[in-house]
Each structure stands twice: as structure tokens, then as C-alpha cells.
Ligand binder design. Structure first.
Ligand SMILES: [Zn+2]
Ligand SMILES: [Zn+2]
Length: 269
């Protein structure tokens, strides 16, 4: 039973295609379940559309939800279309996000840390003038934010938990094993899943988020796992699904999960 919970579309300003294109791509890829999970608008920013190439305008949010719900009905019996969202996690605005998101019937919410100390995690320049100690500190701050997002109770799934390596592959070698173990423990304790996100191939790091070594630790701590292609083009829907399933089995996982109506559904691997 194949599923993909992480897909985008044109509204965010940096993805191709409309939602229907992703649903159709899901059917073509043999998915039983496709989750649509575009980026949240910047709810904490006073402007209507502050970053048109990063996220949709606030006024588009209702249209987004409505469109997914319509497609859910239209495709019933063919493919299960789930209403998701990839929410930024900004601690200062968490209550605003919680309040807005609670007004819509999401099947699940992916919580993603996209900035650390107010700089994008994908910004290569952020590492340039840092000492070794400062690099360790930034990595630890990233994982502290992920722990906070897990404890917030806002999310069913945490997005791409080592994506800081995306444009800075050396990130994986910055020593912070304890921070990662603490984070996985908190994630497990809070009953939140992590995704295996196959979009690392679109960045300098290549590979998946998170790395196999983190997945091995995740199994040890009893963390649930799910799948997300993070497709920004319909061509990437379900990308590398079979490889991920095979790798998870090798590591020792026996099931993975998806969420519908915020209820956890386990699927044998
Ligand atoms: Zn995106
Ligand atoms: Zn993301």
C-alpha cells in the first residue's frame, strides 16, 4: 500500500503544477493515498504576501483547503486525497499558527523547522564565518527547535529532520550525537512521526532526509516513520518510494504510518 504525504503545487511560488496534476501523478505512480501539503502562508507576518517565492498569500489559504477537499470528493474510490499542510515552526508565532490551523479539517500537519536564528537552514552562507564551536551551537539550536516543535502538540509529522545538510553536506559531520538522540527520544515520547523525505537529491547533499544513521537511532527510540517525496513537480510524486521501503526493512522497521483525520494508520512494510 503506497502513500506519499508531502507534495506542493504552484501556490507556494516555487513549485510546478496544480493540485490535480499531483493527484493524477499519484494515481499513475500506483499510490493509494496522496497527501497534499503546501507551505503555510506567513501567518506571523503583518503583510498579506511577504515572500511570494516561498509561500502562498494568506488569502489563498482558504482556496487551497477548499480545492483539496473538492478533489478528495471527486477522486473518492480512486485514490485517497488527504488534506495536509507543511507548517513552518516559528516559536514566536506558534500560537498564531495553532489558532489558524485549528480552524480547518486537516488530516495531518507536517511541522518543519526552516530557519535557525532567523537564517534559512538552506542558506549556504550561514556557515561561512563560523568557528567549529559556533557550528556545533547552530546544529544544537536546530535540534532544540525540532524538540520544541515535537512538544508543541501541533504536528503529526516532523519534516526533513536533517535538512540543514541540504546545501551544506558537512552538517552531518558536525558532532551533536547527544542532541540528535535527545530529539529522537522527545519525538518518540510525543508520539510524532518523522518523514523519510526523498528531496535531498534536489540539493547539494543528495540522498534522503534523514540519513540512515539517524534512522537507525530512530528505530532504537521507537519513532514512527512515514514517507514524503516533498515533490515540487508532479514528476517527483512517490519518488524512490520502493527504495525507501526496502531500506527501512533492512534497518529493521516493520511498519510505517500515515495520518487521516489526525488518526495514525500503520501500514506494514
Ligand atoms: Zn517548497
Ligand atoms: Zn520543508
Amino acid at each position: 500500500m503506497k502513500f506519499d504525504l508531502h507534495t506542493h503545487h504552484f501556490r507556494c511560488g516555487h513549485a510546478d503544477g496544480n493540485i490535480r496534476d499531483y493527484v493524477e501523478a499519484g494515481i499513475a505512480a500506483g499510490l493509494s493515498v496522496i497527501g497534499i501539503s503546501d507551505h503555510t502562508p506567513y501567518f506571523g507576518n503583518p503583510e498579506e504576501h511577504p515572500f511570494p517565492h516561498i509561500a502562498m498569500a494568506k488569502k489563498e489559504f482558504g482556496n487551497y483547503v477548499e480545492e483539496v477537499l473538492k478533489l478528495k470528493q471527486e477522486y473518492e474510490g480512486q485514490i485517497d486525497v488527504l488534506l495536509g499542510i507543511e507548517s513552518d515552526y516559528f516559536p514566536a508565532h506558534a500560537e498564531t499558527y495553532r489558532q489558524v490551523l485549528s480552524q480547518y479539517p486537516f488530516d495531518y500537519i507536517i511541522g518543519s523547522v526552516h530557519s535557525v536564528n532567523e537564517v534559512s537552514i538552506f542558506n549556504k552562507k550561514r556557515w561561512k564565518s563560523l568557528t567549529d564551536e559556533q557550528r556545533v551551537a547552530d546544529k544544537e539550536t536546530y535540534y532544540a527547535l525540532i524538540r520544541e516543535s515535537a512538544r508543541s502538540g501541533m504536528f503529526q509529522i516532523l519534516g526533513h529532520i536533517d535538512a540543514m545538510k541540504g546545501n551544506y553536506p558537512a552538517f552531518s559531520d558536525i558532532p551533536a550525537a547527544e542532541a540528535i538522540d535527545d530529539t529522537l527520544q522527545v519525538i518518540a515520547d510525543n508520539g510524532v512521526a518523522i518523514e523519510i523525505n526523498t528531496s535531498g537529491k534536489t540539493k547539494l547533499s543528495g540522498g534522503w532526509y534523514p540519513s540512515d544513521s539517524i534512522l537507525e537511532r530512530a528505530l532504537h527510540f521507537g519513532v514512527d516513520v512515514t514517507f514524503g517525496s516533498d515533490a515540487h513537480t508532479p514528476l517527483r510524486v512517490a519518488d524512490e518510494w520502493d527504495d525507501v521501503a526496502a531500506r527501512l526493512k533492512e534497518i529493521g522497521f516493520t511498519e510505517w504510518v500515515y495520518y487521516k483525520n489526525k488518526q495514525r494508520i500503520a501500514v506494514p512494510l
